[in-house]
Design a binder for this molecule. Structure first.
Ligand code: NAD
Ligand code: TYD
Length: 365
């Protein structure tokens, strides 16, 4: 039975991971630590309130005293670090919070694990500190080639730079102190509970509500997409079988241009609404969603292409992505259709202000 601290467990991937773990490993104890920033939402963990194997603590990963208390009281033996500021556009508007949480927060967690786990060799046995990172640390690819675990880091956005810094600290704690760490670098995720500032949920919600669909630049930037459940299974496998001190790339072998995704979202939303009169009446438009597509000013420093070579985790640990993109998109759109209350609450308040700053003066290209 593991005692697992999951930081950022009220966010998009973290909450999907907590659900996955409660189902797959019910005898483990999961302690969720999340400061509930704009992106954290207790509604994402709905249904787990009465689960005695799952405890939620509101708090910041930069708070050393709080972390020390949790490690002592709960005898934490496993850390999965999702907590982060995670959105590139926000990192361009204000990078400081990214350095505070992603770099200093990770350092604080590493220090806490080092003090607890390495003071006594017996305590360290079986412990794992899994750091969840991104493919964006590798920079941007041309039309060919893939990111492997050996690709040099070349982060281009403040978000990517802060994640790269945290990855380097995690690596250094393994080499310097022998802390039992492992890092995963994953491609773009999508699925239920994703905050609507990110491409896919933003396009779904704007398509439903008849707002413009803002495509940056020429819409030809490429990302490699992975359904969130596949990512959660990958982390589960790395925790169980991953070699300490290693990094594992995780990806969907699913490269798509942004404009292809927006077109698919429009076509799927049109199809689902056309097939259901009640839904169609809830989201009336009177034209195809494709007519909402608007090309807008590009993101500064916009990386052109990401593509992951995930051969290492496939051959070494036997994991592979299982959800085909068309199925995953359909499931995701259906989830947003069934959870209107969730996204309506999420896009009120702070999000309205962010949206105005990000898109208000973004003249058409
Ligand atoms: P998210 O923004 O949805 O969730 C982040 C969570 O961390 C939120 O619940 C937030 O409240 C919490 N948090 C932020 N600062 C905190 C702090 N100081 N202390 C405690 N909690 C804090 O992000 P996500 O998309 O779920 O991403 C989770 C992790 O996965 C991040 O580390 C991100 O870099 C990484 N990642 C994301 C993707 C993706 O496509 N979303 C891909 C690869 C890697
Ligand atoms: P995003 O979801 O922000 O993820 P990341 O930048 O971490 O890859 O964006 C995915 C792609 O979609 C990226 O190339 C930027 C683009 N994009 C748009 O064209 N319009 C938008 O409104 C957003 C949020 C993103």
């Amino acid at each position: 039975m593991r005692k697992m601290l999951v930081t950022g467990g009220a966010g998009f991937i973290g909450s999907n991971f907590v659900r996955h773990m409660r189902g797959a490993h019910p005898s483990d104890r999961v302690i969720v630590l999340d400061s509930l920033t704009y992106a954290g939402n207790l509604e994402n963990l709905k249904g787990l309130e009465k689960d005695s194997g799952c405890l939620f603590i509101k708090g910041d990963i930069c708070d050393q005293v709080l972390l020390d208390g949790i490690f002592d009281k709960e005898a934490v033996d496993t850390v999965v670090n999702f907590a982060a500021e995670s959105h590139v556009d926000r990192s361009i508007l204000g990078p400081r919070a990214f350095v505070e949480t992603n770099v200093l927060g990770t350092l604080t967690l590493l220090e806490c694990a080092r003090k607890r786990w390495l003071s006594n060799a017996a305590k360290a046995k079986g412990n794992v500190f899994l750091h969840v990172s991104t493919d964006e640390v590798y920079g941007s690819l041309g039309p060919a080639g893939y990111f492997t675990e050996e690709t040099p880091y070349q982060p281009n956005s403040p978000y990517a730079a802060s994640k790269a810094s945290s990855d380097h600290l995690v690596r250094a704690y393994f080499h310097t102190y022998g802390l039992p760490v492992v890092t995963t670098n994953c491609s773009n995720n999508y699925g239920p509970y994703q905050f609507p500032e990110k491409l896919i949920p933003l396009m779904i919600i704007n398509a439903l509500t008849g707002k413009p669909l803002p495509v940056y630049g020429d819409g030809l930037n490429v990302r490699d997409w992975l359904y969130v459940e596949d990512h959660c299974r990958a982390i589960d496998v790395v925790l169980e079988k991953g070699r300490l001190g290693e990094t594992y790339n995780i990806g969907g072998r699913c490269e798509k241009r942004n404009i292809e995704i927006v077109n698919l979202v429009c076509a799927t939303v049109d199809e689902l609404l056309n097939a259901d009169k009640t839904l169609a009446a809830l989201y009336p438009l009177g034209k195809s969603r494709k007519e909402l597509i608007t090309f807008v000013k590009d993101r500064p420093g916009h990386d052109r292409r990401y593509a992951i070579d995930c051969g290492k985790i496939e051959t070494e640990l036997g994991w592979r992505a299982l959800t085909a993109f068309d199925d995953g998109i359909r499931k995701t759109i259906k989830w947003y259709l069934s959870n209107e209350g969730w996204w309506k609450r999420v896009i009120s308040g702070e999000y309205t202000k962010y949206y105005e700053v990000q898109y208000g003066n973004r003249a058409n290209r």
